[in-house]
Design a binder for this molecule. Structure first.
Ligand SMILES: C[S@@+](CC[C@H](N)C(=O)[O-])C[C@H]1O[C@@H](n2cnc3c(N)ncnc32)[C@H](O)[C@@H]1O
Length: 452
């Protein structure tokens, strides 16, 4: 037997979606593949002083939690890590992850962590998907998702279970169009070629779709035919955007953006609020579960007519707009200009007049007179995965609001920031994990800190 092959019993799942076991000497082994309770034969691929990394080669005894993944791409796709794990078990592991983070990273022992709230839809729940083009050496190309752990390899998606059937049809159709018209495709390693990304966004309430084709610099060859056929075959595509990005970094955000047809936005309805989404603006990717998340946030702060509220990292203003109907005044803060434009439009289309939006970095806003002069009693924060910067967090705490509502898509940075907020004299009685992303290891957390 290969001396790197070992028999291991999987004990747990880690934050990064890997399985965890201990070898004979008790050393931790992180594995790609395998579920808790399973005996596996694994190949050790890397050995570090504190842990080993391994790949499962064979499952010797299966867990009762293992299910058949419906997706044909499951074995190679880097997307859904846990499609082979029963959903109730996914939720249990996600809740445990939140508990672990709060206790170990945050050092907070008395926080009640509710059972994770499951998503009403387990498939087709994403309203945004980003696909990459990649040219191969033999002149063929792929349009799809990245192969597991490979930034340089893309495979053709036939059907992604996380998006709608229509979105799957668009991927296949565009791949064929590019092939038929011999349009050059970007080579991720050599940084040459034209077609780079396809981003599809879909408003669940209206069924309207926005297609954003991201390319290297230049006009799309056969552009008029592309527009004509897209309109003919996919009337649901209300917006076709062409974004140009010539930077080497692998980002689907364009430096130059042209609306080829449509208004440049699609509209979603969340809890009765009309929300415009533009190509480069953040929007919660699971529209149905977004309502659950916002309702939970709302119920946790229960805004009153006297409340002055800050909505930091506000995106297109959604949370602030929902709160504004019940509060005295709201100010939203967002760094992406397009999102601020959309947020102001959203206030207008919903006839909400007691909300303003500030375009800029949260850390600068928090020391501006605008923030320090007026006494905001509720501050909502919904930062990106990295959490708040230490400077922004210090400035937030200095404002000393009665309540801080923290919405986080990363329990570890939530726990790190929570430790600082509690140290500054706030109580965090409970948090609610909400699953926005079934079959992935991601989990959203919402909690309110009360000034003691
Ligand atoms: C997780 S999203 C939340 C958006 C919004 N609350 C929602 O539910 O749709 C984080 C937002 O913070 C914005 N952002 C990131 N860093 C920022 C900063 N330093 N200052 C202001 N906004 C920032 C991003 O552009 C993004 O729109």
């Amino acid at each position: 037997m290969n001396d790197k092959l070992v028999e291991l019993e999987i004990k747990d799942l880690a934050f990064n979606g890997k399985a965890v076991a201990n070898n004979e000497e008790g050393k931790v082994v992180f594995l790609n593949g395998g579920l808790p309770g399973e005996k596996v034969l694994a190949e050790i691929v890397r050995s570090k002083p504190r842990y080993d990394e391994a790949i499962v080669k064979e499952i010797i005894s299966k867990s009762d939690l293992r299910i058949d993944p419906p997706c044909q791409h499951f074995d190679i796709c880097g997307g859904c890590t846990w499609q082979d794990l029963a959903y109730h078990a996914q939720l249990e592991f996600k809740q445990k992850q939140v508990v672990d983070c709060i206790e170990r990273i945050g050092g907070l022992k008395d926080v009640k962590v509710f059972t994770a709230v499951g998503s009403a839809e387990l498939f087709k729940y994403r309203n945004k998907m980003e696909f990459s083009f990649n040219a191969n050496e033999d002149k063929s190309f792929n349009l799809g998702l990245h192969v597991k752990r490979r930034f340089d390899k893309v495979f053709d998606i036939e059907k992604c279970f996380l998006q709608s059937d229509l979105a799957n049809e668009i991927v296949i159709w565009l791949r064929e169009f590019v092939q038929e018209h011999s349009i050059s495709v970007y080579d991720i390693l050599n940084h040459t070629g034209f077609m780079r990304f396809l981003v599809i966004r879909e408003a669940r309430s209206s069924g309207d779709i926005m297609v954003n084709i991201v390319t290297n610099y230049g006009e799309i060859p056969s552009r008029n035919e592309l527009i004509k056929k897209m309109k003919e075959f996919f009337p649901e595509v209300k917006n076709l955007i062409h974004s140009q990005n010539g930077q080497k970094s692998n980002s689907a955000v364009g430096e130059i953006e042209k609306v080829l047809y449509g208004l440049g936005y699609i509209e979603e309805q969340i809890l009765g609020c009309r929300l415009r989404i533009r190509s480069n603006t953040f929007f919660q990717t699971n529209s149905v579960q977004c309502e659950t998340l916002y309702r939970a946030a709302f119920d946790m702060i229960l805004p009153e007519k006297t409340d002055r509220v800050m909505d930091l990292y506000c995106g297109t203003g959604s949370i602030g707009l929902l709160i504004a109907k019940h509060a005295y005044k709201v100010v939203g803060v967002e760094v992406v200009e397009d999102a601020v434009v959309a947020a102001r439009e959203n206030a207008k289309v919903n006839n909400i007049n007691n909300i303003e939006f500030y375009h800029g970095d949260v850390k600068d806003f928090l020391r501006s007179e605008y923030a320090t002069d007026k006494s905001y009693n509720i501050i909502i924060i919904d930062p990106p995965r990295a959490g708040m910067t230490p400077k922004a967090l210090r400035r937030l705490i200095r404002l000393n609001p009665e309540k801080i509502l923290y919405i986080s898509c990363n329990p570890s940075t939530f726990a790190r920031d929570a430790a600082e907020i509690v140290k500054a004299g706030y109580l965090l009685p409970e948090v609610k994990p909400i699953d926005m992303f079934p079959h992935t290891m991601h989990i959203e957390v919402v909690g309110v800190f009360y000034r003691e």
